[in-house]
Write a protein that binds this ligand. Structure first.
Ligand code: SAH
Ligand code: SF4
Ligand code: F3S
Length: 452
């Protein structure tokens, strides 16, 4: 019998990306084949995100659209954070939806799909504090850059955020499971790993903290680079800063969401640090890791945010000079603490404030990237550039995208292959991309008399 073909589409954060690949391995292990086209699948799954209202509206629209695209007889399912939040309510929002599975119930997917094929629509949701997917299936494939989740859930309850409600409380995976999984990914070709958790700084496996986990992963042969996301400023420990400074493979890049530069707003957000605490961390990080790229998240238009509050955020951004930022306008999420606050910043004002934040960050990113012109950076080559296949695309250790011209690759004209680490000289920069040429290799510099 032909295997059933499953198509998976993913929205939201890297956690969802990770979960989707875990589910793909789980289902291929159960005899499914992966489909790349929903029009050619027997099972269509959408992994959904609930973090902002727009993200939710978008996935609901996409589910309805996919119902039309999927062949007659194919079953359609919603999984992920909207599935967890809405449960069986989703059946009335999306006509023709066949199953709903929340973030802690993925082990049930093969059974739920079988039932859906038999015409029984099931919603399996609810938090399971015992589920950390420690007995996850072995990965079937890996990207050159890939993700491994080390924790699930969040205990922080920032007042605006839906994540703790849809992902439940923090659970750390045993370090042995993480190390084995990273090794398995490396065997499949991964060179750059991002370790994932909503707040990796509170990782704890029976006393082993996140710095200890990084140490273990740093020892894995064949792996070139280690990154992690996300760090909550209240838990960024001196030990972790030392690990970033000392461990060879851990990249000089920390994503440290600040959200606001105003103490009053930070307090209402329940972030549990002050502007001064945050700035102290930045100083400590830069002292220990001088070339560290620091990136952040900012929310504009939080309830009660005044013009002065926004000015404080803009001033903090100027002071820290983040390498880049994810910037959002506040979106009310039902059930969160902030949903009960008076949302007194008019929508047009939120949009204008966000535009101001984005314009400032873009100017800072351009400035920082331009300062790199003339310097040599190490690029992990990923493959041909999509825009110009005559060139190569890759990333620096600090996570910056680089387009690499390979004309000067070397005298024999050979160019680095995907996975190679190539030194490159930055020739041009914008807010989004560095342009660089491959630095001459030592043997090319040595000249014809070398070795005589
Ligand atoms: N755990 C991570 C962030 C996860 S959500 C952390 O704490 O850093 C990613 C980002 O979405 C958050 O950092 C925040 O900037 C943004 N975000 C979360 N809820 C939001 C909301 N209700 N409105 C606007 N932005 C939000
Ligand atoms: Fe949300 Fe805060 Fe948890 Fe991040 S730390 S997921 S922003 S509650
Ligand atoms: Fe979205 Fe869920 Fe991630 S709400 S941001 S997909 S944890």
């Amino acid at each position: 019998m032909k295997p059933r073909r499953v198509y998976i589409e993913t929205y939201g954060c890297q956690m969802n990306e990770y979960d989707s690949s875990m589910i793909a391995s789980m289902l291929t292990g159960a005899g499914y084949a992966l489909a790349t086209d929903p029009g050619n699948a027997d099972v269509v799954i959408v992994n959904t995100c609930s973090v902002r209202e727009r993200a939710e509206i978008r996935v609901l629209g996409r589910l309805r659209h996919l119902r039309g695209l999927a062949p007659t007889g194919a079953v359609l399912g919603a999984i992920g954070c909207v599935a967890q939040r809405m449960g069986d309510e989703l059946f009335s929002s999306v006509r023709g939806l066949d199953f709903v599975v929340g973030t802690d119930r993925y082990a049930l997917l093969p059974d739920v799909i079988d039932q859906a094929v038999e015409g029984v629509a099931t919603a399996e949701t609810g938090i399971d504090p015992g589920e950390s997917y420690a007995s996850r299936p072995k990965p079937a494939t890996a990207g050159l850059l890939d993700f491994v989740s080390v924790m699930r859930g969040c205990n922080n309850f920032c007042s605006y955020c839906i994540v703790p409600y849809v992902r439940g409380r923090e659970r750390s995976l045993p370090a042995d499971v993480v190390v084995d999984e990273v090794r398995a990914f490396v065997d499949l070709g991964m060179r750059d790993v991002t370790l994932l958790g909503q707040n990796v700084n509170s990782y704890d496996d029976d006393g082993l903290d996140f710095a200890g986990l990084l140490e273990r992963i740093d020892g894995i042969g064949g792996l070139e680079r280690i990154r992690f996301a996300t760090s909550h400023p209240k838990d960024l420990s001196p030990r972790l800063i030392r690990a970033v400074a000392d461990l060879e493979k851990v990249c000089e890049h920390v994503h440290l969401p600040v959200q606001s530069g105003s103490d009053a707003v930070l307090e209402r957000m329940n972030r549990r640090y002050t502007r001064a605490d945050y700035l102290k961390l930045i100083t400590a990080l830069r002292e220990a890791v001088p070339d560290c790229a620091i990136t952040t998240d900012v929310i504009a238009g939080f309830p009660g945010e005044t013009r002065e509050d926004l000015e404080r955020t803009l001033a903090l951004m100027r002071e820290v000079r983040f390498d880049s930022a994810f910037m959002f306008r506040y979106s009310v999420r039902a059930g969160t603490q902030a949903a009960g606050f008076d949302d007194d910043v008019p929508e047009h004002e939120k949009i204008e404030r966000l535009e101001e934040v984005i314009a400032l960050q873009q100017a800072i990113t351009t400035e920082i990237n331009t300062e790199l012109v003339g310097s040599t950076v190490e690029v992990l080559v990923e493959g041909p550039s999509q825009r110009d296949p005559a060139k190569l695309f890759g990333r620096t250790r600090t996570g910056k995208a680089v387009v690499l011209s390979r004309a000067e690759a070397s005298r024999d004209g050979s160019a680095p292959t995907p996975g190679a680490l190539a030194p490159a000289v930055v020739t041009e920069a914008s807010a989004w991309t560095l342009h660089a040429t491959l630095a001459p290799r030592e043997k090319d510099l040595a000249g014809p008399s070398d070795g005589c």
